[in-house]
Design a protein around this ligand. Structure first.
Ligand code: MG
Length: 341
């Protein structure tokens, strides 16, 4: 028996019946021999962690643009927080922790520079629109490894795709439980962290958060995560693992926190002001690439046979970090000092 096979057998002892078992994976888009020491989802987790798009998350905005302060979340630290919360839930619920971790680490790979400002501008410019979840899947399917992709299992790919976020409900009952865990972990991570970062940024004081929200979820960042995680574990078990859910009281407080953050942080002109500038930078870059397709294809684009220039420009812009977008903009549109003394 290989090490992988013995690890797969351990899942029979540890995981609950509703979990996704590594041994029963639906496989990969291109069949390949299984690793002899790692079960499929653990292998996928490693592929995501080692890919280039993952490293770029470090310089992508979460909410506050290219923050100078060292303590603000970036897309990378957000991703790690989602993974931590997801793994805690997966272990407590006896679900497949490696599958949760692989989906969590990949869930934001397709995010644009400048946070939602980037997503909004690409959605408007690209014919056919733009959504970061679809782009995350495109990153792992095509863009990584010079067009070969990471060839992840269908379970991880589905988990990435099911991961859409908006003002809609937190829950997506049709998805496998591990994908539901990541979705709820993303909400727990970003709502608690954005409140914390908004206080750090001077956009809020802790007392601005509605009293009813604080009463139910707690006064500190740590207490709020703890309340939500415990509530999800309790109510998911009470419902016999039919779906990953919060109870009504904590769910209502969480929705209250979200509404408050939209009003006071995400749509706040002080936070939003730089989004207007970021939008302009990305618009001009997109326009520049489209007006000089030969130059763009020769110098910057990752060639994908048969792809439209609009898609290549979108891939390239979506892949940028904040600082790369700023540097390229400066390079293309601003006069440069002559460097020879
Ligand atoms: Mg996220």
């Amino acid at each position: 028996m290989t090490i992988r096979e013995s690890l797969e057998q351990q899942e029979d002892l540890i995981l609950c019946d509703q979990a996704t078992f590594s041994r029963r994976t639906r496989g990969r888009p291109r069949p390949e021999p299984a690793c002899d020491i790692r079960p499929a989802f653990q292998h996928d987790r490693d592929r995501v962690l080692h890919c280039k798009a993952f490293r770029r998350l470090k310089h992508k905005t979460q909410v506050f643009l290219a923050p100078a302060g060292d303590h603000y979340r970036t897309r990378l630290t957000h991703t790690l927080e989602v993974s931590q919360i997801g793994r805690t839930l997966a272990r407590a619920l006896r679900l497949n922790e490696s599958l949760v971790e692989a989906i969590a680490l990949a869930h934001d790979l397709g995010h644009t520079p400048f946070g939602h400002a980037g997503e909004t501008v690409l959605a408007r410019l690209r014919p056919g629109g733009f959504h970061h979840s679809l782009q995350s899947l495109r990153v792992v399917d095509f863009l990584e490894k010079a067009g070969q992709g990471l060839n992840l299992t269908h379970e991880v790919r589905d988990g990435i795709l099911q991961h859409t976020k908006g003002k809609g409900d937190l829950l997506l009952a049709a998805a496998p439980l591990e994908a539901q865990v990541v979705r709820i972990s993303d909400a727990v991570a970003y709502l608690t962290a954005d409140a914390d970062d908004a206080v750090r940024a001077g956009v809020l004081t802790p007392e601005d958060i509605p009293e009813a929200v604080r009463r139910t979820l707690g006064e500190t960042h740590g207490m709020r995560i703890d309340t939500m995680v415990r509530d999800v574990v309790r109510h998911t078990l009470e419902r016999g693992l039919e779906a990953v859910v919060m109870g009504p009281e904590v769910h209502e407080a969480t929705m209250g926190l979200r509404e408050f953050l939209y009003e006071r942080v995400y749509d706040n002109p002080a936070v939003h002001g730089d989004f207007v500038k970021a939008t302009k930078i990305l618009e001009e870059l997109y326009d520049y690439f489209l007006r000089r397709p030969d130059w763009f294809l020769d110098n910057l684009a990752q060639p994908i046979p048969g792809a439209e220039i609009e898609d290549l420009a979108t891939d390239f812009i979506a892949g940028m970090t904040d600082r790369y977008a700023l540097a390229l903009y400066e390079n293309l549109f601003m006069p440069q000092p002559w460097k020879v003394f």
